[in-house]
Ligand binder design. Sequence first.
Ligand SMILES: O=C(O)c1cccc(C(=O)CC[C@H]2O[C@@H](n3cnc4c(=O)[nH]cnc43)[C@H](O)[C@@H]2O)c1
Length: 243
Amino acid sequence: MRALVVTAVAAEADSVVTGLTPHPDAPGPEPRTLPGGYRTTRRDLPGIALDVLVGGVGPAAAAAGTATALALADYHLVVSAGIGGGFAPAAPLGSLVVADAIVAADLGAETPEGFLDVTALGFGHSVHLPPTELAARAAEATGALLAPVLTVSTVTGTATRAAALAARHPMAGAEAMEGFGVAEAAAAHGLPVLEIRAVSNAVGPRDRAAWRIGDALAALADGFRVLGPVLANWGERHEHQHR
Ligand SMILES: O=C(O)c1cccc(C(=O)CC[C@H]2O[C@@H](n3cnc4c(=O)[nH]cnc43)[C@H](O)[C@@H]2O)c1
């Protein structure tokens, strides 16, 4: 089983690699750089080899980085991982959210009658669905909330915007900027996708002082300490279905 884990920035990749490194005294290979300048780090666990890629911030960068890596090696699963905003009260600071749906929440058109997503506009799709069993097992193992994760190109910064998103997606657990881009690249290669977010801030009025990025990065590492075996076990039973 080979999995590609895509983060936005190096600090998130470092947390993922920490979680995937059971014996710090035997850390594993140093990071290497792919064509295009993408940093990637390999970690091997029983039954699964994982490459942790730093893809860049936002859906376009994430899609480009993911597609670059998928063109260079064969994988069975792609995971979008990183910090994200949590929708209170379901996803408090420091908690984890695993996506049961990866939603492009601002891909569409504003109209006098409200927002129309690309599906409503007839231009394509705005949701990718992770494998149901995998998402459920990942959430159970990590103690994460299983809920839709919204992908936006602009971090929500007002209560009005947060309320509008929550009204359109009442079950949403988190907001981030890369999941849908990663999912689009995975789908283009016929691969399943998963997204996991560690909550660094509340979705709502911009309050940088309230961000808890360090706590979220620690939670991300803790999540990947238990997620590796879940991905491996799922892969043993499903990798033949993709590629
Ligand atoms: O508004 C600020 O000053 C500010 C301070 C720290 C970080 C940011 C970001 O824009 C981080 C974006 C980056 O982190 C993910 N992320 C984290 N929280 C959220 C959120 O509430 N909504 C969307 N994305 C978030 C995201 O995936 C990016 O990789 C801003």
